[in-house]
Design a protein around this ligand. Structure first.
Ligand SMILES: Cc1cc2nc3c(=O)[nH]c(=O)nc-3n(C[C@H](O)[C@H](O)[C@H](O)COP(=O)(O)OP(=O)(O)OC[C@H]3O[C@@H](n4cnc5c(N)ncnc54)[C@H](O)[C@@H]3O)c2cc1C
Length: 610
């Protein structure tokens, strides 16, 4: 195969230069002045990841210096929203450091909205502060660029390398340049995975002409999970997918509307509906329905039930707030700063929210560890906070030595958002530097065989296409290969129908999950025959393989947890109630790297904050 191989040896490799990755590069330089720090990024760090288009609010800021919130308050908030289950050590650790990250953003030039008299950041809600955030990503990318020795843009990282001199230690990563096709081998003493969450594993509401219009970034392909799973890292809470109530068709955010504009929802007949479902929800989850604020999943639950009862669509009442010209401006600006497409959808559908209350809908499920849910890798917490079971030497290190994570990659730390993910990157990098110092000059062994085997595997879809392309029986249908788009649609369909997507109203059970897992396993065999006609399709092929592994993990976890912990995110029809007696715990999985067998276990959830 005539592919050029490019080697890069470094101390710390950051995989994915989004919020977590840029934070990691920045902090790694601070503690590791003499270390070689490299970023490998699938897109271009200036405009990559979930923050690519910008944000209107930083969703996680304590404001401790202003006496607003303390880290403990944030732990209570996240725990409540996640029906009792978060990693409180990780959540506290992130919360105690997040303000300093936000202050850095301001120092680097990010414009914040402020109270003209006190200088305080303007709050959208208890945790959110408002920014003019179109330039957010280039600003943090600049900090990373000033810190890293080298940034490789356009590299799709496909696998992690393992150190063969020692079992269970990472040795770097491999991937390919999506423009030149070069094979890239990064040998590294520590790897920080911050490659984002997963969209497009469940069938989106928008298909056909609207395909690609999803809430979560369509390019978030679950790489953070797949890379870690392939290496044998333990995962946690992968069943804890998120479903968002958002403006219909454009997935425009509702936070600023609820919190700042004080808009509210009503059913298709103009009635308040959440209270209608109070007793019903109480019967499922007990006193959790009385918690304040009402957990997000339970608000979704009322929404879904109301629509099922035939009283949809659900509307956001904007007509009152938009009479105030200042609020009207904020409402539009909110989209122009981060979801321009929602403004375009309204314009194209003749919706002026000043006169028409726009529709909301519930999204397809996504998997991520930094937004409002907890999916991700099981990692060590900080030494001063974590109980024994949560601590094995280095903060944010996974169960594979030398492998760290940040942002969506890490499980248990819900409600970190952009600022918390950046902070987690900093925490992971600080620990990774310590890990490298502790290694001293210990040798690593990454054989040519390992490197060559991955090379063969990575480019196989190009060969499959080249060999099979003359056998096309009609259009794009081939007896010898499957195109990535065909594979993606098959994956989304199985996840949707068997693992609790929109077309089944988020419902599943043990029988459906068992069958779904079988179908995913068959798909894994079929995906050995993916065909890629060019480098872009090769990228799509590997994104799809990462999505499949992520999906298998989600399905296994969903089967393992025999309760409905988060009604409104998904339902186990065979265990419709929340079951604190048996399931007030975290779920863990490990996929054996060679056999592909999944092992599931429970881990205790420690409440460190009262
Ligand atoms: C729609 C939406 C709205 C949001 N709104 C807000 C908000 O208003 N306020 C707020 O504070 N937070 C918000 N967030 C949350 C915030 O964007 C995320 O918490 C944060 O970006 C997560 O950081 P991360 O580093 O884990 O992932 P990302 O920032 O997404 O970065 C992942 C990076 O990895 C790269 N990558 C992926 N796969 C590979 C691979 N195989 N090889 C190499 N590189 C790879 C990607 O290109 C990307 O650069 C929002 C998120 C979404 C999706």
């Amino acid at each position: 195969m005539g592919v050029k191989t490019v080697y890069e040896d470094c101390d710390i490799l950051v995989v994915g230069g989004g919020m977590g990755g840029t934070g990691a590069a920045y902090e790694a330089r601070y503690w590791g002045r003499d270390l070689k720090i490299v970023i490998a990024e699938k897109a271009n760090i200036d405009r990559s990841g979930a923050v690519a288009q910008g944000l209107y609010a930083i969703n996680c800021y304590m404001g401790t210096q202003w006496g607003e919130n303390n880290p403990e308050d944030h732990v209570r908030y996240a725990r409540n929203d996640l029906m009792g289950l978060v990693r409180e050590d990780l959540a506290f650790d992130m919360a105690r450091h997040v303000d300093s990250a936000v202050h850095k953003f301001e120092e680097w030039g990010l414009p914040f909205m402020k109270n003209a008299e006190t200088g305080q950041y303007l709050r959208e809600g208890k945790w959110q502060i408002m920014i003019h955030g179109e330039s957010f990503k280039p600003i943090v990318a600049n900090a990373a660029r000033n810190s890293a020795d080298k940034i490789y843009n356009r590299i799709m990282v496909t696998h992690l390398l393992m150190d063969e001199s020692k079992g269970n230690r990472v040795g770097g990563a491999v991937g390919f340049n999506v423009r030149t096709g070069d094979y890239h081998v990064f040998r590294a003493k520590a790897v920080i995975v911050s490659a984002g969450g997963a969209s497009h594993i469940f069938k989106p509401r928008s298909v056909g002409e609207g395909m690609g219009r999803t809430w979560y970034a369509p390019w978030s392909s679950g790489s953070a999970y797949a890379l870690s799973i392939q290496a044998g890292a333990k995962m946690t809470q992968m069943e804890n997918r998120i479903v968002l109530a958002r403006f219909k068709d454009g997935y425009g955010p509702v936070g600023a509307y609820f919190l700042h504009l004080k808009t509210y929802t009503q059913n298709g007949y103009g009635d308040e509906y959440e209270s209608t479902w109070y007793e019903h929800t109480k019967a499922l989850v007990g006193e959790y329905i009385d918690h304040q604020p009402t957990p997000t999943c339970l608000r979704n639950h009322a929404f879904i039930q109301e629509v099922n009862a035939g009283r949809g669509p659900i509307h956001m009442v904007t007509r009152e707030a938009f009479q105030d010209p200042r609020l009207e401006e904020v409402g539009w600006e909110n989209f122009l700063g981060m979801t321009v497409s929602q403004a375009v959808v309204w314009a194209s559908q003749d919706i002026d929210p000043k006169y028409i209350n726009p529709e909301l809908t519930t999204s397809e499920p996504y998997v991520m560890g930094s937004h409002a849910t907890c999916s991700g890798a099981w990692c060590s917490g900080p030494e001063d906070l974590s109980p024994d079971e949560y601590y094995w030497g280095y903060n944010r290190m996974m169960t594979v030595d030398g492998l760290f994570g940040a942002g969506d990659a890490i499980g248990g730390t819900a409600h970190a958002f952009s600022s918390g993910s950046f902070t987690e990157g900093r925490l992971a990098a600080k620990a990774a530097v310590k890990y490298i110092r502790d290694l001293r000059n210990e040798n690593m062994n990454i054989s040519d065989q390992q490197i060559n085997d991955f090379k063969q595997t990575i480019y196989q879809p190009l060969d499959n296409y080249t060999v099979g392309r003359n056998e096309i029986v009609g259009g794009t249908v081939s007896p010898s290969y499957l195109l990535p788009i065909q594979g993606l649609q098959r994956l989304e369909k199985v996840m949707d129908e068997y693992v609790g997507g929109t077309s089944v109203n988020y419902m599943t059970n043990d029988k459906l999950l068992e069958r779904g897992i079988q179908l995913l396993d068959i798909m894994e065999e079929d995906f050995e025959h993916l065909g890629a006609e060019d480098l872009h399709q090769l990228l799509r092929a590997w994104e799809l393989k990462h999505r499949l592994l992520t999906s298998q993990s989600v399905a296994q976890h969903t089967l393992f947890r025999e309760e409905t912990r988060w009604p409104g995110y998904y339902y186990r029809g065979d265990h419709m109630k929340l079951d604190d007696e048996n399931w007030h715990c975290l779920t863990l999985s490990r996929r054996h790297p060679e056999s592909g067998e999944w092992e599931m276990e429970k881990a205790p959830v420690y409440h460190l904050v009262d």
